[in-house]
Design a protein around this ligand. Structure first.
Ligand code: SF4
Length: 578
């Protein structure tokens, strides 16, 4: 194995990261000590593979540098002296306490930085072992953590964006991670061997305290735990992850730019089929209500969103074979040039279809879309991530592996995405657990999912004549289990648009910490019978009445200043795809 050169400043805060290497219990690394500037210079000059740097310093360096996944020094509060003096906060002009209160996100203080390909998976795991030894050898400082999970990645992205904006560079906070291959995170999580028999109560207590559930444990809870016991455990977990009883929400608009689609999912009322035009490569709608929105229609919708305080547009459509990659590149550039909105656009099904249409890889398509302004991907089209169910309900839609591959590529490019689950297709508990396990396993590698949202299939008027259990009881059960099982996805969004605001309030006591979106329109699930309306002011009233403090947020779950009631914004939403 080749030896990896590391540049490291001498700091008490970062000492646990290099403890195992310093004490020669982890081999394969050399340490070059120096001040922060010298470490950064060594990295830029290529004389070391990785440097341990303040995140503010990373933000000011070249964009082609990557972050080691899994490990960082993270602050949830200003640490006690002398550690407080070690934090590099320039040029943010803030304290860590202020940062956390203002953004609602952790302050990521120190990160390992390197060039693409700097280390492989074995070497990344060795750095994780060095840290584990360091943590075992020393006490844990209050408010100090050493992981770079989903919430920390959001905090780092927010910080990078802020530092670059302060430096006069108007740039998105895309944080790209070193690709160290598949496998467990650098910091392994504790999970008891599945063979250890525990009572359901003990299982719930362990999960509530943050212990990882095995798939067998999860399936057992799914089948046997009492609903209120599941809810209580999920609520305790939510309190641990999101102390302070803040519940967030976002104002955005779901624009379905086309309803023409070749995927023909059996559960979908929204799409309109197409037929190939004779003697040409184009396709035409088979019915008169097929559409693709014009720029004039899009401009009206987007301007209205901005006027109503919206910060994001969720662009999703049918899979329209007339729309090439260049259409999306032009559209995204036009949106970014004319509207101050984050682009949360294109589900994995749309991305994989564009890749097939163009003969490009998923990564090539996503690279071009990111260059055109794409900020994040919605987690729509997941339904149940198990091909047994997908074959029944959407045989033409991307397979489970493709959905996950799109998300993985997106995360690798620094995009954050959401994740979803739709139940009520006649699936069994094992399918639900397989779905949750696949999301959790990918998140272990990428930390790219910001949130999870689930809702029941709305059967009314669709071709699927199913009579599965889609009641509130099953929703709350699935939701609470997800809070416990998805121990690495930070946010759980309640689905009031499909379940109703009252049930949304209750779900906040079943693990939810986000009230979703005051969407201005939605067309997919609403065409299958789910219609609830709520203004942003109404959302805040719901959150407050449920005993929580509402905060408006952006796509990365960062608090927005000046959040408050938005009288006049009325949603006719039905079903958020994330
Ligand atoms: S769910 Fe999406 S991909 Fe499936 S038919 Fe409807 S619009 Fe097309």
């Amino acid at each position: 194995m080749s030896v990896v050169a590391l540049a490291v400043p001498r700091r008490l805060t970062t000492r646990p990261l290099t403890f195992g290497i310093e004490h020669e219990r982890v081999a394969g690394f050399t340490l070059a000590w120096g001040e922060v500037d010298a470490c950064a210079e060594r990295l830029v000059a290529g004389s070391v593979a990785l440097a341990l740097l303040p995140s503010t310093c990373y933000a000011a360096l070249a964009e082609d540098l990557r972050i080691l996944p899994g490990i960082a020094v993270t602050m949830l509060a200003t640490p006690q002296s002398p550690l407080a003096e070690e934090q590099v906060l320039d040029p943010l002009a803030t304290t860590i306490d202020e940062w956390c209160a203002r953004t609602g996100l952790p302050f990521v203080s120190w990160v390992w930085v390197g060039r693409p390909g700097a280390i492989d998976r074995v070497q990344a795991e060795a750095l994780g072992r060095s840290l584990e030894l360091g943590r075992a050898a020393g006490g844990q400082e209050a408010g100090l953590a050493y992981r770079l999970g989903g919430q920390e990645l959001s905090g780092l992205a927010a910080l990078v964006e802020e530092v670059r904006t302060l430096g006069g560079v108007r740039q998105r906070g895309l944080v790209r991670l070193l690709d160290c291959g598949d496998g467990p995170p650098a910091l392994p999580r504790s999970a008891r061997p599945g063979a250890v028999a525990r009572s359901t109560d003990a299982l719930l207590a362990d999960a509530a305290s943050g212990e990882r559930l095995s798939p067998e444990d999860g399936l057992r809870l799914y089948h046997t735990a009492a609903l209120l016991d599941l809810g209580r455990a999920a609520d305790l977990r939510r309190q641990a992850l999101h102390p302070g009883d803040v519940v967030t929400y976002i104002i955005d608009r779901n624009v379905n730019y086309t309803n023409l689609c070749v995927t023909a999912c059996k559960f979908c009322n929204f799409y309109r089929p197409v037929a190939r035009v004779a003697h040409g490569g184009a396709y035409a709608a088979k019915s008169r209500d097929g559409y693709t929105l014009s720029y004039a229609e899009l401009a009206r919708k987007l301007q209205e969103t901005v006027d109503l305080g919206g910060v994001q547009v969720l662009l999703q459509g049918g899979v329209n074979p007339n729309l090439r990659l260049s259409y999306y590149e032009e559209l995204f550039r036009w949106v970014k040039a004319n509207f101050p909105l984050a682009l949360h656009a294109l589900s994995p099904e749309e991305v994989s279809f564009i890749a097939k249409l163009e003969g490009l890889s998923l990564a090539q398509v996503l690279e071009r879309l990111v260059a055109a302004g794409l900020d994040s991907l919605p987690g729509g089209g997941a339904e149940i991530l198990d091909d047994e169910i997908r074959d029944l309900i959407s045989p033409l839609k991307c397979r489970t592996d493709t959905w996950l591959a799109v998300m993985r590529e997106a995360h690798a490019l620094g995009l954050r995405t959401t994740s979803t689950l739709v139940f009520g297709f006649g699936e069994e508990g094992r399918h639900v657990l397989a779905h949750l396990e696949r999301l959790r396993a990918l998140q272990d590698v990428t930390s790219g999912f910001t949130a999870f949202i689930c809702w029941p299939f709305q059967a009314e008027g669709t071709r699927l004549k199913l009579h599965d259990d889609t009641t509130a009881h099953r929703y709350l059960r699935t939701f609470a289990l997800a809070r416990l099982y998805l121990d690495n996805i930070p946010n759980l969004q309640v689905s009031w648009p499909t379940m109703g605001p009252a049930l949304g309030q209750i779900a906040l006591r079943f693990g939810g910490n986000d009230f979703g979106s005051a969407m201005i329109e939605e067309n997919v699930v609403s065409q299958a019978g789910a219609v609830f309306t709520l203004s942003a002011a109404g959302i805040e009233r719901c959150i407050g009445a449920a005993g929580f403090a509402p905060r408006r947020r952006n796509m990365r779950y960062q608090f927005l200043s000046g959040a408050g009631s938005s009288a006049g914004l009325v949603s006719s939403a039905a079903g958020s795809a994330g």
